[in-house]
Ligand binder design. Structure first.
Ligand code: KG4
Ligand code: ZN
Length: 329
């Protein structure tokens, strides 16, 4: 079965055709992030206008001469103006082509990038780390998701973005901080990276907190001449340590067969490296899966893949955008 995925929840306009949830036929992404560099972050109204501009050309390019059996579209969470563009376009196509439409939760879809050319085994523990969410969930099967823990305040991506902004680095903050951090580590391989706190790390739960990091960074740099790349390496290490520590604790307790990393922050090289190191240092017999970097950030392949494995079509009249969706709703 071939599914057309449509993703417009934030500042990426994406469409993809995926066969049987695993084989990419086409994958097209137009991003308005260049425009947001100038403003240092996303202005929802501008993002929505860009979605309108890109949505038809992106879908046309993804389809070329392909025929699809169903349409999958992100209904939330995200920015309402951006979401509506994808949702209303998908509904129109569903009605005209008389094809089923499958509403998709963007956060759960991130996890499904791990099904591209792969078949993770259940039960699986998944860590979804994006710009607006940080959730640890247990998947006993497709559609069987239990929330285990997550951030109590800022998301991991948000922490990267806020710290980058404070340091005068370009949007999106994750890749900018990570680039600087990599340079610092390369030149100072033995340096301790403990400048900033790791909140909640000793608590006996799977929760996280990142809102204090920005304040700690501000205090660390205010009125001082600092080495930006050193601060970046410390920011990255603090975020990575918290994410890895709580996930390893959850793996030890829940003993899943696989561990799935997902969401924009999963593109982070240090995070990927530290997970591999710690899983082997703790001798944990769990299969580690992480999508290739371009399928970690927003894309429509994961939307179509989710829809294949959670094939629950509804009539197009019933599909509505919901900016407040959570990973278990
Ligand atoms: O999943 P995503 O593309 O969009 C949302 O659903 O939010 O995630 C975007 C987030 C941003 O906060 C961005 O700074 C972060 O992912 N990000 C990274 C990296 N690439 C993207 N964070 C750290 N390292 C990266 N290489
Ligand atoms: Zn996302």
């Amino acid at each position: 079965m071939r599914i057309l995925g449509i993703e417009t929840s934030c500042d990426e306009t994406a469409a993809a055709v995926v066969e049987d949830g695993s084989k990419i036929i086409s994958n097209v992404i137009a991003s308005s992030s260049e425009m947001h560099i100038k403003t240092g972050g996303i202005i929802p109204e501008s993002a929505a206008r860009q979605q309108i501009k890109f949505v038809i050309p992106v879908i046309s390019k993804a389809l070329e001469n392909e025929k699809v059996d169903a349409i999958a579209v992100t209904v939330g969470p995200g920015l309402i103006g951006s979401l509506l563009v994808g949702v209303e376009t998908a509904k129109t196509l569903s009605m005209l082509w008389e094809k089923p439409i499958i509403p998709v939760n963007h956060l759960v879809a991130h996890i499904y990038a791990n099904w591209v050319n792969d078949t993770p085994e259940f039960p699986a523990l998944a860590l979804v780390v994006s710009g607006g969410h940080t959730d640890l969930v247990l998947m006993k099967g497709h559609g069987k998701i239990t929330w285990i823990g997550g951030t109590r305040d800022d998301a991991a991506g948000e922490a990267f973005d806020k710290c980058a902004r404070l340091l005068g680095l370009p949007y999106p903050g994750g890749p900018s901080v990570s680039k600087e951090a990599g340079l610092f580590r390369k030149n100072n391989p033995k340096q301790n990276l403990n400048l900033f706190p790791r909140p909640m790390i000793d608590e006996d739960n799977f929760d996280l907190s990142f809102s204090g990091l920005k304040t700690a960074v501000r205090r660390g740099v205010e009125g001082k001449k600092v080495d930006t790349s050193e601060i970046c390496a410390n920011v990255e290490e603090a975020i990575v340590d918290c994410l890895v520590d709580k996930s390893i604790k959850a793996i030890k307790k829940l003993k899943p067969k696989s561990f799935l990393l997902a969401g924009g922050v999963a593109a982070n090289l240090r995070l990927r490296e530290k997970f591999k190191d710690e899983l082997s240092a703790n001798n944990l017999q769990v299969e580690f899966h992480v999508p290739e970097a371009k399928l970690c950030t927003d894309n429509a392949v994961s939307i179509a893949s989710y829809a294949h494995f959670n094939h629950k079509p509804v009539s197009w009249e019933k599909v509505t955008a919901n900016p407040e969706l959570t990973i278990t709703s």
